[in-house]
Design a protein around this ligand. Structure first.
Ligand code: AGP
Length: 608
């Protein structure tokens, strides 16, 4: 997500911070800014757009003299990309400047509290609250002010803070978002990630949860959440810059796969308050939600498979017809939608042209539009009645992973929220489902533990020419995504079939040695899947099957079994995808493919 840098030392801070921010560009950003501690307190410059804009405005940093400061590249979450929403944010008194990575979940309450105390706000961001709150608690002791403010924040945050009255120190503190310190000779640094520091130092300290660091030119002191000093042994970094950009992973795709627990947590937890879901819809009222008599989901590629997976869940939970349409087909299909239709538009980039045009078509016919989008301020977000952002952070690899998982998480939230409003789920069932949702990040973390098993299976099958995926119900929708993931990065031909369709044609393709990946997670149809596995095995297929860890029927017939944790049906679809992503990744790796940039594909498809 956002990139944070901070410097205190003998050199001019602004040019150094601009250069350090360049090293964090890979994280994706839409705006950038600096706050420099100079002779006249804090000076701030921030600009929407590329770093080059900030570079030009500050003449490479020359217009902002001073030897300490903080800098930021912003990936918008709250409030669209703009100069005013960019970081650093200054408190209204101008005494405190803050850069932030993460999401402050209780920002609305804090904003109200501060407004009552006479604070005025310039931006739409959650971060400005932090600057104002620190200012509110500042009575001469900067560390105490940060601690008092920080103790009121819920959500995730990595913060770099500068005080106009204290030009000789910077403060850093973190919870659930990354932040490291760089140790130099007579100079010290803050950064979101190692590449920003490598030019200056290879000695780093990683801040642990809720640790707070005070940086001066002479050194760095770290304190735990109780204010007690903590001894931190520096770590020596031997990586080169390109490895460091990927957090030590060989590819962005693998990094993004591993980021899924955090991405899902960021997407879900701000929307669950005291056991109840609050989607924060602004325009679509509860009356509209109750009156909807049809939902149609439009999207392309993986996003459409999120739609297919959700279709089963939404229609079952809400008792309304739900259709999923490929955006490129929908726009030309003379669709039957009206003011009683809710159109859910799903898109990571928010710029996919077919999806955008499908949205416009649905809107023109009177449908209500909610979009599920990752990129704040994108065209699809802007043209929707309401937007639910997936706060997955920038996704760099062409093959989507964390965007897919967070889109699915948003669909769970929609299903539960609507079920409550429409009275289609009992209170007890709702509370159980919300608890299951809260436990999802930990389950996804557990699924990442399948990494070695999937690497091993990839080593057995990476040289095949064709691979088949079979499943029923939700498992069929998941097969479509598993198959797409594999083919787009490994160039192995693969097909996903509804298992019941096998004997209507496809089974003629099965021959000795054919790999069939069978998803058997949907318990009501598991016995049917066992029969389908027997059918393909009888023709010589080798079967990798996914099933519940307590199931014995599938392991009795499959060659290899991926055991999934028993979990609530609501979140079950999130489980198999993680090992399937890993399988595709390792197959492509063994084949030597260009994993992050597969041939012929673009991350964002802005042409028809
Ligand atoms: C998936 O791995 C692909 N990169 C692709 O199918 C993608 O999901 C599709 O192009 C839709 O993109 P969007 O989510 O940005 O609209």
């Amino acid at each position: 997500m956002c990139g944070i840098v901070g410097y205190i030392g003998p050199k001019q801070a602004a040019p150094l911070l601009l250069e350090a921010l360049e090293k964090l560009e890979y994280r994706g950003y839409d705006s950038a800014g600096l706050a420099i501690l100079g002779g006249n307190g804090l000076s701030v410059c921030k600009a929407k757009g590329r770093l080059s804009v900030l570079f030009d405005w500050t003449e490479g940093g020359a217009t902002m003299p001073g030897t300490a400061g903080i800098g930021h590249t912003r990936w918008a979450t709250h409030g669209e990309p703009s100069d005013v929403n960019s970081h650093p944010h200054l408190s209204h008194s101008g005494r405190v400047a803050v850069v932030h990575n993460g999401i402050v979940e209780n920002y609305a309450e804090l904003r109200e509290f501060l407004t009552e105390h006479g604070y005025e706000f310039q931006s739409d961001t959650d971060t400005e609250i932090v600057a104002q709150l620190v200012d509110f608690y500042y009575h001469g002791d900067p560390v105490k002010a940060v601690r008092d403010a920080e103790s009121l924040l819920s959500g995730s945050y990595a913060l770099g803070i500068a005080f106009a009255a204290h030009p000789d120190l910077l403060i850093a503190v973190r919870k659930d978002s990354p932040l490291i310190l760089g140790l130099g000779e007579g100079e010290n640094f803050i950064a979101s990630d190692i590449p920003a520091l490598l030019k200056h130092t290879r000695e780093i300290v990683r801040l642990d949860e809720r640790e707070l660091a005070v940086l001066t030119r002479a050194g760095v002191s770290v304190y735990d959440r109780f204010g007690d000093p903590v001894e931190k042994a520096p770590e020596h970094i031997a990586w080169d810059v390109s490895a460091a950009e990927k957090g030590g992973y060989a590819h962005f795709m693998l990094k993004e796969i591993m980021e899924q627990p955090t991405a899902i947590r960021n997407t879900i937890s701000p929307r669950i308050k005291d056991g109840e879901i609050d989607l924060g819809l602004v325009h679509i009222t509860e009356e509209v939600i109750r009156a909807i008599d049809k939902i149609n989901i439009v999207a392309c590629g993986s996003a459409s498979y999120v739609g297919m997976t959700s279709q089963y869940m939404l229609s079952k939970m809400l008792h309304v017809p739900v259709t999923v349409e490929l955006a490129s087909e929908f726009r030309y299909s003379d669709p039957v939608v009206d003011e009683k239709t809710l159109t859910i538009v799903i898109s990571q980039s928010g710029e996919t042209l077919d999806t955008l045009f499908a949205l416009r078509e649905a809107k023109r016919r009177g449908a209500h539009i909610i979009s599920v989008v990752n990129v704040v301020g994108s065209a699809i977000a802007n043209e929707s009645e309401d937007v639910l952002y997936t706060w997955a952070g920038p996704e760099i690899a062409v093959a989507t992973t964390k965007a897919y998982s967070t889109q699915l998480a948003v669909m769970y939230l929609i299903a539960l929220h609507f079920a409550r409003l429409r009275g289609t789920l009992s209170d007890a069932a709702l509370s159980e489902a919300v608890a299951a949702l809260e436990a999802l990040p930990a389950l996804v973390e557990e699924m990442l533990g399948k990494r070695e098993q999937m690497q091993y299976l990839a080593s057995l099958f990476f040289n095949l020419r064709d691979i088949f995926f079979i499943g029923r119900n939700i498992d069929y929708a998941l097969c479509l995504e598993g198959s797409l993931k594999l083919k787009e990065i490994s160039y192995i031909h693969s097909e996903a079939y509804a298992a019941g369709e096998l004997k209507h044609g496809t089974i003629s393709l099965i021959e000795p040695g054919t790999l069939v990946i069978a998803l058997c997670t949907h318990a009501p149809l598991r016995e049917k899947m066992v029969s389908n596995i027997r059918e393909v095995k009888a023709r010589g297929a080798v079967v990798i099957a996914f099933t519940d860890e307590n199931d014995a029927s599938v392991p009795a017939v499959a060659d290899h079994v991926i055991a999934l944790p028993s979990c609530a049906p609501l979140v079950l679809p999130s489980m198999p995808l993680i090992p399937l992503q890993l399988f595709a990744y390792y197959v492509a790796l063994l084949k030597g493919c260009d994993i992050d940039k597969p041939r012929n594909l673009a991350k964002s498809v802005t042409v028809e």
